[in-house]
Every structure is written in C-alpha cells, then in structure tokens.
Design a protein around this ligand. Structure first.
Ligand code: UD1
Length: 320
C-alpha cells in the first residue's frame, strides 16, 4: 500500500520529533521543517538515519513552505503544523513575532494546503486559548474573542484555531499540558514536569510558584501522538474503525488533573534524592485550575488517553 507523504513543521521540537518518529515507523515519508540547524536538531537523531525522512531547515514565516517541502518528496497529503513560538512569557515581549509565526504563517500554510488539495491539515492548538476561564471542565465553545487572552500566545493560537473552524478545512487539536521525554527543561519557562524532574534528579530543590494548589491536566506525549494520527485519519478511530480526517476544534487532554503540589511530591518520591519542595510567590498571569472536557473528541473518535500519569512520570524520569 502506498503511503502518502507528510509534512511536520516544528519536527525537531518535543512533540514534533515524537510524531515524526511514529509516522516514519509506520512507513510514511516525512518532510520535517524546523528553524533549528540540522546539527542542533538532537531530537531527530533516529529520523536522520531513515531514508524516508527529509529535513528542511526553514523559518515557518518564509513563503511557500509546502511548495518547498513538496519539491523534496512529491505530493504531500498530510500536514501537521506544530512550528510556533511556544513560550507564553516570550510572547509577551514579542507580540508581533508571535502573531507572525503562530497566526500569519499558519494562514499562509493553510492556504497553500487548501490549494494543493491536501487530505488533512492538523494545527496544534492550546489550552491557553481559554485564558483563565474558571468554568471547568473547559469546553471547546468557551473560547471566544471576548474570553481570551492573557497573552499574544493565547490570542495567536485562538485565531489559528478559529481559522480551522471557519474555513471548514483543517482541524485544531487544543492540547492541555503535554509532558514526556525530550521536553526541554533548560529554560526558566520550561514545562513544570520537565523542570521538576531535572531538578530532582540532580538533587536540587524544587520551587512551587504559589501555594501548589493550582491544577493541570497533564497528558503524556505518546497519547498526543495517537490523537494526531486519529485526527489525521492515518489510524482508524477506535469507536468506528474508520480512518478519516477530522475538521473543527477538539480538546486533547486526559479529563483529569493533579495539583502542582502533588506533582512535586510524586517527583521527589520517585527520584529518591530527597530534594526539598520550596514555595515562592505565584507567577504573574498564572492560571489556577485547568482541565479539559474531552467529550467532543471522545464521542467523535472514541479516543481516550491511555498512559496513567504515574507511568508517564516514570518513563520521563528514566529518560533523563
Ligand atoms: C502551559 C504551557 C503553555 C500553554 C498553557 C495553556 C508549557 C511549558 N506551557 O502553561 O504553552 O499555553 O499551558 O494553559 O507546557 N510551576 C511551578 N514551579 C516551576 C514551574 C512551574 O510551580 O518551577 C507551576 C506554574 O506556576 C504553573 C504550573 O506549574 O502553575 C504549570 O506551569 P507550566 O508547566 O509552565 O505550564 P502552564 O503555565 O500551565
């Protein structure tokens, strides 16, 4: 069976590299686009050895990304668009760059995809599109122009998701807090799971911003990859057995949440180096509670996250 080629933008990142590896393992040719030079794309060490993989070092805001990618391996039918400014704090200082990267470039790539008659277009949406809406669990329709957005990041993701919805072509998966191996722990704004694990493994103290009662819906990266494959129509939906690309907006989380305090305690217990858990002032703009209503995606496809939080944590700790 012929496998159509895929484009993965942001392929050298945390989620993009896992998605790339899975597509390659299933025999799909992949053109990976990323702004990182090849020698800094460490997450792709497996992919680079694969003859099905083509790497294109390219800023996503440059023109005709799809045309350039197609020149490398012919007709591209599946587009996974993950390249983005990903840090909320950075977006506050660089609102224009954030909009250009996360919205304008998405619009241009989407237009190219529509013209080329692509089979599936998947956009990486975010729970940040809900701002700090206190209505839990968060339903897709809660995000509106009026309820958003504490950050240019949230706004840019919201506008791009709305483009998927309003054009009738393309799908936005609104991810909650993703964690797992390859998540970069090195920046002050890195995800809390990767930060806590690195600190605990090094025997350093963990710092909770605020009282630790804030909660998040943490989803393990392999579940996220599976949600992509189902939404693209590469893998059949568990409930129907039919593989078909989705359109519209879908939350992707577990539907459960845990507190940052519980997270810190579990990380310290599982790494066994006796780190202290300290408390500092809350982070500006922090959301207190966040949890996905996962019923829309679940009722359309039967998708459910399957990796228990504790197991995801163990796998991430082993990887460090
Ligand atoms: C996350 C995403 C962000 C997305 C948002 C949607 C990451 C890195 N960020 O932000 O892209 O827009 O969800 O809602 O995944 N914390 C500590 N100590 C630390 C680090 C963090 O207590 O050393 C706390 C934070 O104050 C926060 C919680 O842990 O309350 C989660 O922080 P973080 O992992 O940065 O994610 P979000 O802020 O939820």
């Amino acid at each position: 069976q012929t496998r159509h080629a895929c484009l993965v933008t942001g392929c050298a990142g945390f989620v993009g590299s896992h998605l790339t590896d899975s597509l390659l393992a299933m025999g799909y040719p992949v053109v990976g686009v990323d702004i990182r030079p090849r020698n800094e794309a460490h997450n792709l060490s497996g992919a680079f050895g694969n003859p099905l993989f083509h790497y294109l070092e390219r800023d996503i805001t440059h023109h005709e990304v799809l045309a350039s990618a197609s020149a490398l391996c012919g007709d591209i039918r599946y587009i996974f668009h993950l390249a983005a400014v990903v840090m909320v704090a950075f977006s506050m200082e660089h609102p224009e760059l954030t909009m250009a990267t996360n919205y304008t470039a998405t619009k241009a790539l989407h237009e190219e995809a529509v013209q080329a008659g692509a089979k599936a277009f998947l956009f990486a949406g975010s729970a940040a599109e809900y701002g700090d809406d206190p209505r839990l669990p968060l339903k897709e329709e809660y995000a509106t122009d009026a309820t958003i957005h504490n950050s240019p990041y949230g706004r840019s993701k919201y506008l791009s998701s709305s483009l998927m919805q309003n054009s009738g072509v393309g799908c936005s998966l609104r991810f909650f807090n993703i964690f797992g191996p390859r998540q970069d722990p090195s920046s002050p704004y890195s995800g809390v799971v990767s930060k806590f694990i690195t600190q605990a493994v090094d025997g350093k103290d963990l710092t909770i911003f605020g009282d630790g009662g804030q909660t998040r819906d943490f989803i393990y990266v392999s579940d996220v990859v599976q949600s992509y494959l189902i939404a693209a129509g590469i893998v059949p939906a568990p409930s129907t057995g039919v593989a078909a690309p989705l359109s519209g907006i879908y939350n992707v989380g577990t539907g459960n949440s845990i507190s940052v305090r519980e997270l810190a305690d579990q990380v310290v217990a599982n790494t066994g180096k006796g780190s202290n858990v300290l408390f500092a002032t809350p982070r500006a703009g922090d959301i207190y509670h966040s949890r996905a209503d996962v019923s829309r995606f679940n009722s359309c496809t039967g998708f459910q996250a399957v990796v228990p939080f504790a197991e995801g944590l163990d796998r991430t700790i082993s990887w460090m």
